[in-house]
Design a protein around this ligand. Structure first.
Ligand code: HEC
Length: 408
């Protein structure tokens, strides 16, 4: 993100407005049919407000006119460049329960408003943002877990990953049907992924140092059961879940990241996890990782996997450690027909997202999952930390159940 450009443009816009403002009786060119108060505020609140709110993870609030209008140029660039909002799944390709796409007509309104003089609209219709409540999105959880002591993010650290081990002591086997997250420090908890560790390896890593948590992952079976960031709705399952054997540990991996606004400040975080559990035996969700080859074929990295049994596909978590312009995932059924699963333009490794199908996809034996990443010309390999301990240039975590009728 071009922060310096953003600031410069922000200031320039302020100056322009102040100049125009001094002659408002004259010729301020308002070419936008849409105003902030009437049309833009509801879009900003719904699509951007989980982060662009006072004290949020983004560098500025967009929830009042005075906070939003200095950023019009930058908003235009980010929205046109498909960098903001960070939810990436293309509408009408797969359909997912979590996250929100910026619909084309909302993008049009943002663009017209920002280039058309960004009018504020009727003053008597000044909107007020609904205060966010630190409430569990999925309702009261079965158990609540948090760090044994607050984590200190010191003033000099801009970005760091920390794993926290949260022991469970439930006296029996359980299935996890939902994971909720309430960030402790909203300004710096960029994303949280949650795991089940049955090996004790994470606990050993934690106990090796005096402070809460540890810095480098790498426990066996490091496969997230949830990935959260602000605005991602949590998913509650009915007939399937993740097996949580008696005594297993929950592990949370947190990316703490500051913006140019919060740079240089110290923060304390004690994020809370809410687990929804059931004792009833439900369909167990399995994980599988597909890896791309190291070397592209021309500008593409293509790879696939064929299932030899019935699977019901529930979710997809792609990761790219190479610059790509597009990532497409399709199911190829035994009769050769194709099912669109996920299409992402301008994938951004900074916002790892688990895409959870609205209705699970049943794939008969012999079906194939085909992944195509279109690389940017001259694309470089990047070191993008993986949420599931993989290092191929493109990797895909599949979540599924096996056997017919195992859908949620
Ligand atoms: C999930 C959180 C999130 C959502 C939702 C989100 N943003 Fe952002 N946005 C950020 C963060 C964080 C940054 C700072 C850059 C970074 O660190 O990635 C940012 C940066 C920006 C910037 C650049 C600011 C600068 O410093 O130059 C603009 C403009 C922007 N966002 C606009 C939007 C708009 C408009 C929406 C909604 C349509 C939106 N964002 C939705 C998190 C979010």
């Amino acid at each position: 993100m071009q922060r310096h450009a953003g600031v410069a443009i922000g200031l320039a816009a302020t100056v322009v407005t102040v100049l125009l403002g001094s002659s408002t009786s004259g010729h301020t060119a308002i070419a936008s049919r849409f105003t902030y108060n009437e049309h833009l505020f509801p879009i900003f609140e719904r699509q951007c407000g989980s982060c662009h709110v006072e004290g949020g993870v983004a560098p500025m609030s967009l929830l009042t006119y005075n906070e939003a209008y200095p950023w019009t140029q930058s908003i235009r660039e980010e929205v046109l460049g498909l960098r903001m909002p960070p939810w990436k799944a293309e509408d009408g390709f797969g359909d997912f329960v979590n996250g929100h796409v910026l619909p084309a007509h909302e993008m049009d309104m943002i663009l017209e408003w920002s280039s058309g003089g960004y009018p504020q609209g009727p003053r008597d219709q000044t909107p007020v943002a609904t205060p966010s409540t630190a409430d569990w999105a999925l309702g009261t959880p079965t158990v609540e877990l948090t760090w044994s002591e607050p984590f200190e993010l010191d003033a000099g650290t801009s970005e760091t990953v920390r794993y926290f081990v949260l022991p469970t002591d439930l006296g029996g086997d359980r299935w996890v049907t939902g994971v909720d997250v309430i960030p402790g420090s909203q300004a710096v908890v960029r994303h949280v992924s949650v795991y089940i560790d049955t090996t004790g390896q994470a606990r050993a890593a934690d106990e090796a140092g005096p402070e809460a948590g540890f810095a480098i992952g790498g426990f066996e079976g490091e496969r997230p059961i949830a990935v959260w960031w602000p605005g991602q709705s949590a998913v509650k399952l009915e007939t399937v879940g993740y097996a949580l054997p008696s005594g297993a540990d929950i592990v949370a991996r947190v990316l703490y990241k500051k913006t140019w606004i919060t740079e240089g400040q110290a923060f304390t975080d004690q994020t809370r996890l809410g687990l929804h559990l059931t004792e009833d035996r439900v369909g167990t969700i399995e994980h599988m990782v597909l890896r791309s080859p190291e070397e592209p074929n021309g500008r593409e990295l293509v790879f696939s996997h064929t299932f030899d049994r019935d699977v019901t596909l529930l979710g997809l978590l792609p990761e790219l450690a190479i610059e790509a312009t597009e990532l497409q995932i399709e199911g190829v059924l035994p009769d050769g027909s194709r099912q669109p699963l996920l299409l992402i333009r301008e994938p951004d490794p900074g916002w790892p997202t688990r895409y959870w199908f609205d209705s699970p996809r049943s794939l008969p034996p012999g079906s194939q999952i085909e992944v195509t990443a279109t690389l940017r010309p001259g694309a470089d390999r990047e070191t993008v930390p993986s949420l599931f301990a993989e290092n191929a240039p493109v990797r895909l975590l599949l979540e599924y159940t096996t056997g017919a009728g195992a859908a949620n």
